[in-house]
Design a protein around this ligand. Structure first.
Ligand code: UDX
Length: 437
């Protein structure tokens, strides 16, 4: 199959490289000349494990090309995927579809024959219909079809998720569009990944419902964690105890500092807007968003308590800035709200992140960046683990204790047990565990 991928962000680039790896002929298109020039030279615009090798090997085999020229990219394509950004619109939080619609109009003008236009970007229900209308208005060739194929990959595990999905969702109104997508995904289909064919609107909604449900699981367990702290229970054991029930499942039940990232915050807001416009207010999702916002801004108070009630003049070491490990993505990262509270309280901050520094620096003025965990800990009153990077799981706690001037370890990801921390001479405060020290 010949595929054009419009947009080389997270989803577009990973999907394009993986489709090429399946053996398809893929051209990735982006307006950003520097990005395309970088990709042609083998430089990745994002930090994602395994991506550079995957891109390099498929470029070498001639199956993956890059261009800023959309007309060249879509020429002769069987399918054109739209994977441009759909950020939250300032003001009302709805998804900003201007990039999607602009891409659709440009594709319509550039197509030389009928193709299936597939939205991979997360788009509100009804966007496929709007794209179909744009294609007609802008004179796309007769027989051009529109399908929805939402992507569920997680950053940091993007390639594995793409190649081993729990399911593939295809929303199409025409058997020809279904057939093209079935052919594109055939390698996964043969691996027995379930393909779900639905109507276009249903596919669009599945993506939002999935993300809102996962966000709900996280906010739910975070509230249970708060209760655990008050009643002397352990949230990790509660998670395990409920997760062993097949109807609940063990995943997405890790209590922490609140969810962040490029999807959950914006997709929950967009779903709320769609629901409101449709006259079906979603009270559960609304509360999930409120709980998460309050949680992120409340994390600083835990640190305040751990250092004796005032942050004034305290030195705080922060380990992990990105919204989760194995990415350099800082979008809606819990570290941002935390550091804001710490700074407002008068604390001095030294932070370390294994790969996120470049992205983090412009967002976090007025703090210092250390080269490793021990340098961050030097002279600190408290050490706060915000993101569970693997390298933070095996810290030499005695060395950390020796470097600090205070003794507080605040573990917002529960990667340590109290005993080992106390043995090293530190006090411990985790999430959803009774505070004993
Ligand atoms: C998410 C969805 O998982 C993916 O299907 C969708 O397509 C895009 O959004 P991603 O944002 O890459 O993927 O990260 P994910 O691993 O889902 O984590 C999102 C946030 O939730 C992170 O801040 C993470 O720390 C937090 N989280 C996740 C928890 O706090 N607890 C959990 O149990 C799981």
């Amino acid at each position: 199959m010949k595929i054009a991928m419009i947009g080389t962000g997270y989803v577009g680039l990973v999907s394009g490289a993986c489709f090429a790896d399946f053996g398809h002929d893929v051209c990735c298109v982006d307006r950003d000349e520097a990005k395309i020039a970088g990709l042609e030279a083998g430089r990745m615009p994002i930090w994602e494990p395994g991506l550079e090798d995957l891109v390099e090997s498929n470029v070498r085999r001639g199956r993956l090309t890059f261009t800023t020229d959309l007309a060249r990219g879509v020429d002769g394509a069987d399918a054109v995927f739209i994977a441009v950004g759909t950020p939250a619109r300032r003001g009302d939080g709805h998804a900003d579809l201007s990039y999607v619609f602009a891409a659709a109009a440009e594709i319509a003008g550039a197509l030389t024959g009928p193709a299936v236009i597939v939205t991979k970007s997360t788009v509100p229900v009804g966007t496929g219909d709007a794209i179909a209308k744009i294609l007609i208005d802008e004179g796309a060739p007769e027989g051009t079809l529109v399908a929805s194929n939402p992507e569920f990959l997680r950053e940091g595990a993007a390639i594995a998720d793409f190649k081993h999905p729990d399911r593939i969702v295809v929303g199409a109104e025409d058997p020809r569009a279904e057939a093209v997508l079935r052919e594109i995904y055939r390698p996964l289909f043969l691996n027995k990944a379930p393909i779900l064919f639905t109507g276009r609107r249903t596919a669009e909604l599945i993506k939002y419902a999935a993300n809102a449900f996962l966000a709900t699981k996280i906010s739910f367990i975070n509230e249970i964690a708060d209760l655990c702290e008050k009643v002397g229970a352990d949230v990790q054991e509660v998670s395990r105890g409920i997760g062993l029930d097949n109807r609940i499942g063990p995943k997405f039940l890790h209590a922490g500092p609140g969810y962040g990232g490029s999807c959950f915050p914006k997709d929950t807001l967009a779903l709320l807007r769609t629901a409101e416009e449709s006259g079906v207010p979603m009270r559960i999702v609304n509360t999930v968003v409120e709980v998460n916002d309050a949680r992120k801004s409340g994390m600083g108070d835990r640190v305040r308590e751990a250092v004796g009630g005032s942050l004034q003049g305290k030195k705080i070491a922060v380990l992990g800035l990105t919204f989760k490990p194995n990415t350099d993505d800082m979008r809606d990262a819990p570290s941002l709200a935390l550091i804001d509270t710490l700074k407002k309280g008068g604390a001095e901050i030294a932070a370390f992140d294994p790969v996120g520094r470049e992205q983090a620096e412009p967002l976090l003025p007025g703090i210092s960046f250390a080269d490793d965990s021990y340098a961050a800990a030097a002279g600190a009153d408290a050490l706060v683990i915000v993101t569970e990077w693997d390298e933070f799981r095996a810290l030499d706690l005695r060395r950390i204790a020796g470097a600090m001037r205070g003794t507080a370890l605040v573990d917002l990801r529960n990667i340590y047990g109290e005993d080992e921390v106390v043995r090293a001479g530190l006090s411990y405060r985790g999430i959803g565990r009774a505070v004993t020290s």
